[in-house]
Design a protein around this ligand. Sequence first.
Ligand code: GLU
Length: 460
Amino acid sequence: MVITRFAPSPTGHLHIGGLRTALFNYLYARSCGGKFYLRIEDTDLDRNVQEATEAILKAFEWVGLEVDGEIWYQSQRLDIYKGYIQQLLDEGKAYYCYMSKEELEALRETQRAQGLTPRYDRRYRDFKGTPPSGIEPVVRIKAPLSGEVHFKDGVKGEVCVQAEELDDFVIARSNGVPTYNFVVTIDDALMGISDVIRGDDHLSNTPKQIILYQALGFKIPNFYHVPMILNEQGHKLSKRDGAMGVMDYKALGYLRDALLNFLVRLGWSHKDQEIFSLQEMKAFFNPKDLNSAPSCFSPHKLEWLNSHYLKESPLDTLKALLKDFSLPNGFHALSPAQQDILLEALKSRVVTLKDMAHEVAKVLTPPTHYALDKLKNKEQALEVLNALVASLKAQDFSSPETLDETLHAFMQSQGLKAGVVMLPLRIALLGEAGGIGVKEALFILGYQASLERLKVFLAL
Ligand code: GLU
């Protein structure tokens, strides 16, 4: 069975690179009826892990990637790790190293001076003497002295590291706390993880983890190291490229489906398809299709996808989502039909929910200035609007369709072309020459407010 995991270190908010990793692991498990676990790597107790953990879980809840079973917390598993450290010590596969920090630094200095790569010289590997007093030892693994460590990465291909390039790295610090590579290995093995998809910033950790798998006699999972996400200039993504935190995107009014669709295409493809429902992603995802070239973060593409998903969203969904964005009171005073027409008119015109809320407020607030420069013949415009005001009746406002009929009848009776009526009418109602349709605007504002706006305009 395919068992994957997402293993964030709670050092801050969940950012989009992390969410992409989570998504790939989630989709792989879901694509083949496997399991997807969440493991919080919270062994670094100095940091504000509690808050960061909560932020990660909140973001996870928003994006809706369901996790199987309980969440795993490394901070609750320290005894398990210590047991395995002891096992390796007992089996002679690991050893105490009593070298002080100063000694290690001095060794490195000498090596550097000789033009060598600084590296621990394994002086305690077979140490049988009396340990120096006053030193709390670290525990080091006995890494192979010759040969090579290799594995086949699902993205990078064959990865091979010569034994000389690896030293006897530390697996437990002098305070007894196991190191990062050690706990990752233990957990992945005990959780039965079959496939690890993660950022290629972890590629250099993998040979060390393989040494540990071998020392512990654990089955080695399949690895897929995906290239980083780059910005459009080809540099590592940074805050300057826009929001980084997943919840920042929520606050900006992006839809979770758009964000997930956007992220899945950063490093993965399926034919030429660009738009994927979550259902399709689950059906099609295969790590074999992960790209080995870095992917490029295009804010425009995200905007395009968000517009698409907004347009496709049912009105009830939009109404529910807009609750997180401050809509003006005027919106709540509208009838359900008016609300629907307004949202329907806006949903194909905006990029985000935030824009949408802004546009709602704009429609419902009387204009403070008018695009008069767009009017070719102002006198005629005033004449036409005066005549229209005189002919509009409350019952015309029962639906956009009746308004449409009324406006057509008016144009016909006056012998006027549409442009001569619609443009001044739109400017008088909304202030602008563009925007939602005129009959929709009239319907949303209703008889009273429409007439009021027209009168204010005519009085100018
Ligand atoms: N905790 C690591 C991180 O947040 C991930 C470890 C892994 O995926 O192996 O980068």
